[in-house]
Design a protein around this ligand. Structure first.
Ligand SMILES: [Zn+2]
Ligand SMILES: [Zn+2]
Length: 278
């Protein structure tokens, strides 16, 4: 019985300039419960910010990489080294797209053969694939992005419902349907509506998606520079107002606990006070 599934947003930055400047961290998301420890999209800083937040990277059971852009894959090899106890034990699961594992015509490969052979399980992510990590079933969802192999996820649990993660995608017909019924939607929102960019949704697109999905809570994250300057909180407020769904802008270090209710907190798990990351 899973009482709670927790999503720690280790980084809320997305795109090249947010990544290069580290205006927002680009460390990805850690998914935790008593029997689950997944690192999703380990961009630059995933190792450092895991350690800083007291989340031992050696306890990771699965590394998931949604596509072959460095803000999603950069620290994947290092986390595989941690997961396999310094490459001494065949352990854990690496799930990544074809672009990440083998390369396609415009990107990748992004994880070396050496690192691909050490996890106990290697999963190639494409539509129709699903796999279990502890009590979580990860189902691959469609994304439309400049890496043609890019995917999103729907994380299913029997006890606390489902959570959707769009990863990088542009708006496409049916995207709302993919995530319908999730309780929490993690929406990668790189750009405000005034600054559209191919391969990414804008705030206007987000409103359409959120209306269709109608979850309990939407958390926008993966902010590019344009979004950081526009103010993610203002954009979240607009999405909330126009969709009628409670929407918050992620902060680096934010923790989302999905249990009977969904709660939003910030700060390190154990060692330090909450104010450090507030
Ligand atoms: Zn990205
Ligand atoms: Zn991308």
């Amino acid at each position: 019985m899973m009482a709670e599934l927790e999503f720690t947003i280790l980084g809320t930055g997305g795109g090249r300039f947010a990544m290069i400047t580290q205006k927002r961290r680009t460390a990805g998301i850690r998914i935790l419960s008593e029997d689950v420890n997944i690192h999703l999209d380990p961009g630059p800083g995933a190792l450092i910010h895991s350690l800083k937040m007291g989340l031992d990277p050696q306890k990771i059971q699965a590394v998931l990489v949604s596509h072959a852009h460095p803000d999603h894959y950069n620290d994947a090899e290092i986390l595989v080294e941690a997961m396999t106890r310094g490459m001494t034990r065949k352990r854990g699961l690496l799930a990544a797209t074809r672009s990440v594992l083998y390369g396609n015509k415009n990107c990748g490969p992004a994880v070396s053969k050496y690192h691909q052979q050490m996890p106990k399980e290697l999963v190639e992510l494409r539509l129709g694939v699903d796999f279990d990590v502890g009590e979580v079933k990860a189902i691959v969802t469609k994304a439309v992005h400049s890496d043609p192999d890019a995917v999103g996820f729907r994380f299913e649990t029997s006890d606390v419902g489902d959570v959707g993660y769009t990863s990088d995608t542009e708006f496409f017909d049916g995207i709302g349907k993919v995530y319908r019924g999730v309780r929490l939607l993690l929406l990668s929102l790189l750009r405000p509506s005034s600054k559209p960019w191919r391969g990414h949704i804008t705030t206007d697109d987000a409103i359409k998606i959120v209306r269709e999905v109608d979850p309990e809570l939407v958390v926008i994250t993966h902010f590019g520079m344009g979004m950081i300057f526009a103010g993610p909180r203002r954009e979240a407020e607009r999405i909330g107002r126009e969709s009628g769904v409670h929407t918050v802008a992620a902060k680096d270090g934010m923790r989302l606990r999905v249990g009977e209710e969904i709660t939003v907190g910030i700060g390190e798990r154990k060692r330090k006070g909450l104010e450090e990351f507030a």
